[in-house]
Design a protein around this ligand. Structure first.
Ligand SMILES: Cc1cc2nc3c(=O)[nH]c(=O)nc-3n(C[C@H](O)[C@H](O)[C@H](O)COP(=O)(O)OP(=O)(O)OC[C@H]3O[C@@H](n4cnc5c(N)ncnc54)[C@H](O)[C@@H]3O)c2cc1C
Length: 419
């Protein structure tokens, strides 16, 4: 069996993993191994040829493949070895990885710090509890559509119906333009589009797509191929003729490795629970990017990767320990989740993850506050906090404090539905 050794190993070569590898080297790691099960590095962005990637990380708006190339170009080949077509099969205490690939066979990887950057997966139709008939061809997720188009595989017919209206649903509009398909309907179960209003309005205006809000799919007609989708809206049924149905959004963190290794998983995020340096419940194992929760943008995931890569190198060099005095951050019930979930007061001067905070419902006139041992450290106000949108909370002040209770509170809020 092959045995590989390195200061750090990274699982996943998407934006978070590539940025982590670069930052680990910049922070002193002499050797970094990066593994990705796909046949090329770049993660999800490499299949999305439309612009909109990388802004928070590089202050440029690039296409997905261009952002992936930038991240790859930043790697020092003398210190970073990239293994594609290499699936990490297990993660054990040590930390130690088991990797399987055509080139390596079954390999054992020993290192001091591991960064899990395995991203997300989209839930298929069955997991979304969509009833009705089951045509054999033409039912796709966004990711499958993007991959088919990027790899030159024929997508059936010419008319697509898109279920969902998160940001990625608008990525389907752009991909459809590229592949010569027409989006004939956008179907959303909620009463408003889930993407930013301006993005949604612009995309609809450009693509001229009828949007059906507060609508549910009740059937997908067709035998071999999709012929139509039937929706129910305000108690009325409507049939929309189409050749394929694309289920957009509904992402979940890709956590089989993390679960098998018994890492603590957040109930609300479904990703590994981490402190502000990305340290999981298993010593030596860090996590970064969308595996922490579904879903942030590629630039945000890359920033997380960079911070966590630097922390992993610091741990490998013995400059930081493992979550001494980690304190759970108490979260007001109006919020859906916060990443990081814990704060440890032993950061060794390593920069913290940017906070990823989401409201659990649409709120009006809200104040967000950060308290440490009862003292207000930071507060911000927002006229509207919309569910699914990232909210700002500045956890940075905690770095200057000692151990104590931490809480993120929502003050003077009311549910938008209450008027
Ligand atoms: C259709 C679509 C459109 C999008 N549009 C935009 C956009 O316009 N702008 C934007 O900023 N963001 C966009 N995003 C989001 C963006 O793609 C993600 O934020 C980004 O890819 C997250 O990076 P990541 O590194 O966390 O995960 P990923 O990019 O998902 O990378 C994870 C990697 O881990 C690998 N992996 C997983 N498990 C294993 C294992 N066991 N062994 C080895 N390798 C493994 C996977 O193969 C994958 O390459 C879009 C996403 C989708 C799906």
């Amino acid at each position: 069996m092959t045995v590989l050794e390195a200061d750090c190993a990274v699982v996943g070569a998407g934006p978070a993993g590539l940025a982590a590898a670069r930052a680990a080297v910049a922070a002193g790691a002499r050797s970094v191994l990066v593994f990705d099960r796909d046949d090329a590095p770049g993660g999800l962005p490499r299949f999305c040829r439309h612009p909109g990637f990388g802004w928070e990380y590089s202050r440029r708006l690039e296409t997905g493949p261009s952002f992936a190339r930038r991240l790859l170009g930043d790697l020092d080949p003398a210190r970073v070895a990239l293994h594609c077509g290499a699936t990490v099969m297990s993660l054990q205490p040590g930390p130690c990885l088991e990797v399987l690939s055509p080139a390596l066979g079954l390999a054992t990887v020993r290192c001091r710090g591991v960064v899990l950057a395995t991203g997300i997966r989209e839930r298929p139709r069955a997991a979304r509890l969509v009833p009705g008939r089951r045509p054999e061809r033409g039912i796709l997720t966004t990711g499958q559509l993007q991959q088919m188009v990027a790899r030159g595989v024929t997508v059936p017919g010419s008319r697509l119906a898109v279920v969902g209206s998160e940001h990625v649903a608008f990525s389907v509009l752009l991909t459809a333009r590229h592949s010569g398909h027409r989006v004939v309907a956008m179907i959303e179960a909620e009463e408003r589009p889930m993407s930013y209003a301006a993005v949604a309005a612009l995309a609809r205006a450009l693509a001229g797509v009828p949007t059906h809000l507060a609508a549910r799919v009740v059937d997908i007609a067709g035998g071999g191929c999709v012929e139509a989708v039937e929706i129910e809206q305000a108690g009325r049924r409507r049939t929309i003729a189409c050749d394929a149905v694309v289920f957009a959004g509904d992402f979940v963190p890709d956590v089989p490795l993390a679960r098998a290794a018994s890492l603590a998983i957040g109930r609300a995020t479904q990703g590994p629970e981490v402190d502000q340096l990305g340290r999981t419940s298993l010593a030596g194992v860090f996590a970064a990017g969308n595996v922490l929760r579904a879903v942030e943008s590629s630039g945000f995931a890359a920033i997380e990767g960079a911070r966590v890569g630097a922390a992993a190198a610091a741990y490998a060099a013995g400059r930081i320990g493992w979550r001494d005095g980690a304190t759970p951050i108490a979260l007001a019930p109006q919020f859906a989740y916060l990443v990081p979930q814990l704060w440890a007061f032993d950061d060794g001067g390593v920069a913290a993850l940017p906070a990823s905070l989401r409201a659990g419902q649409d709120l009006a006139a809200a104040r967000i506050g950060l308290r440490h041992d009862g003292s207000l450290l930071w507060q911000g106000r927002k006229r509207r906090l919309l569910r699914h949108r990232r909210l700002r909370v500045d956890l940075g002040e905690l770095a200057r404090r000692g151990p104590g209770a931490i809480a993120v509170e929502a003050g003077s809020w009311r549910a938008i539905s209450e008027g």
